[in-house]
Design a protein around this ligand. Structure first.
Ligand SMILES: CCOC(=O)Cn1cc(-c2ncnc(N)c2C#N)cn1
Length: 291
C-alpha cells in the first residue's frame, strides 16, 4: 500500500483503505484521499492518478448540495501543498460507532442476507427480489465498524438503539435515508444510479449530528450507469468495471479464488479507470475536472 503523505505540521494517526487521517496542531483533523484503489478486498497497484482529488472534489460538492439536510465537518480546503486538492481540514467530532448505510437497490452483502433469510439488517423484504432489484423503498441497513481489513457486520435497527439509544438511532436512520434519497434522486437525473451509500456521522458537543468522512462517492457508495441497469445479474460498476473485468479475465493470469495478490494493473486499465472517475465527477457536478 502506498505510504501516507508526509504532511508538514500534521501527525499521521490513521490509514484506511483509501484515506488517511492526521492530527493538526489547532485540534482539527486533516483528511487526505489517496489515489489508492481496491477491488475484491485487495489493494491494487498502481494507484489511479488524480482519484483522490476527484473524489475529494465530489465529496465537497455533495456536502454543499446537502447543506440544507445537515451540517458537515469541512473547515477548510486550504491545506499544505503536498496534499493540495486531496486534503480537507475537518472539525474533530465524536464519531458515531455505527456504519450508517442506506440501500435503494439489493446487491452485495444485502442480497446474500436476503437470499439466506429474506431479511436484511432485520428488515423483511418482499419475495422475488434479485441482484440489482430496486427496493420498494430505501432501507436503513446499519453495520458495525470492522477493524481495518475486517468486514462490517450488519446489525438491526434495534441493535443500534441498544448501542446508542433510541433517540439517536432514529436521528441516524432519518439522516441516512434523507442523504441517500437526495443523492440518489440527483444522481439519477444525471444518469447514475447510487444503489447504496455509507455515511459517517459525528456529534458536536451540543448534540448536533454532522456529516463526516466522504459523501456519496464511488468509494462510499455503489455507482451504476443507469443505462446499463438490468436486475437479475451483477450490475456494471460505473468506476471499477474495467478493473474487475481485467482482473477476472485470462489476460491478468490471476485466480481470484487463490487469495494471491492481484497483478499490477496495465496502464490502459489505469487510464480508463481514471477517465471514469473524471466522467462521474463531471456528469454529477456539471463542472470540469481540470488537472
Ligand atoms: C479519513 C479516514 O477516516 C476514517 O475512515 C474514519 N474516521 C473518521 C474520523 C473522524 N474523527 C473525528 N472527526 C472527524 N471529522 C472524523 C472524520 N472524518 C476518525 N476516523
Amino acid at each position: 500500500m502506498s505510504a501516507p503523505y508526509d504532511v508538514p505540521g500534521a501527525t499521521h494517526v490513521y490509514s484506511g483503505k483509501v484515506r488517511d487521517l492526521y492530527d493538526l496542531p489547532n485540534g482539527h483533523l486533516l483528511m487526505v484521499a489517496s489515489d489508492r484503489i481496491s477491488a475484491y478486498d485487495h489493494a491494487l497497484e498502481p494507484p489511479i492518478p488524480d482519484k483522490g482529488e476527484i473524489l475529494t472534489r465530489m465529496s465537497l460538492w455533495w456536502f454543499d448540495q446537502l447543506a440544507d439536510v445537515a451540517p458537515n465537518h469541512v473547515v477548510s480546503t486550504d491545506v499544505p501543498d503536498v496534499v493540495a486538492g486531496r486534503g480537507i481540514e475537518v472539525e474533530r467530532l465524536d464519531m458515531v460507532t455505527v456504519e450508517c448505510i442506506a440501500r435503494g437497490y439489493l446487491t452485495g452483502s444485502g442480497l446474500a442476507d436476503y437470499r439466506a433469510s429474506g431479511v436484511v439488517s432485520g428488515i423483511a423484504l418482499p419475495p422475488g427480489l434479485t441482484d440489482g432489484s430496486k427496493l420498494p423503498e430505501p432501507i436503513f441497513t446499519p453495520s458495525t465498524k470492522a477493524e481495518y481489513g475486517g468486514h462490517d457486520e450488519p446489525i438491526s435497527y434495534e441493535q443500534v438503539a441498544d448501542a446508542v439509544g433510541s433517540e439517536l438511532a432514529a436521528r441516524l436512520r432519518d439522516l441516512t435515508l434523507e442523504v441517500y434519497a437526495r443523492g440518489e434522486a440527483l444522481a439519477r437525473e444525471r444518469g447514475i444510479i447510487v444503489a447504496d451509500t455509507k455515511i459517517e456521522v459525528g456529534l458536536r458537543g451540543d448534540g448536533t449530528l454532522v456529516l463526516a468522512d466522504e459523501l456519496l462517492t464511488p468509494d462510499s457508495s455503489r455507482f451504476w450507469p443507469a443505462d446499463a441497469w438490468e436486475p437479475g445479474r451483477a450490475q456494471t460498476s460505473y468506476d471499477k468495471q474495467f478493473v474487475r473485468d481485467w482482473l477476472t479475465s485470462p489476460a491478468s493470469g490471476w485466480d481470484r479464488a487463490s487469495d494471491t495478490p492481484p497483478p499490477r494493473l496495465p496502464g490502459e486499465i489505469v487510464e480508463r479507470t481514471r477517465a471514469r472517475y473524471v466522467e462521474a465527477y463531471e456528469t454529477l457536478t456539471g463542472e470540469t475536472f481540470r488537472r
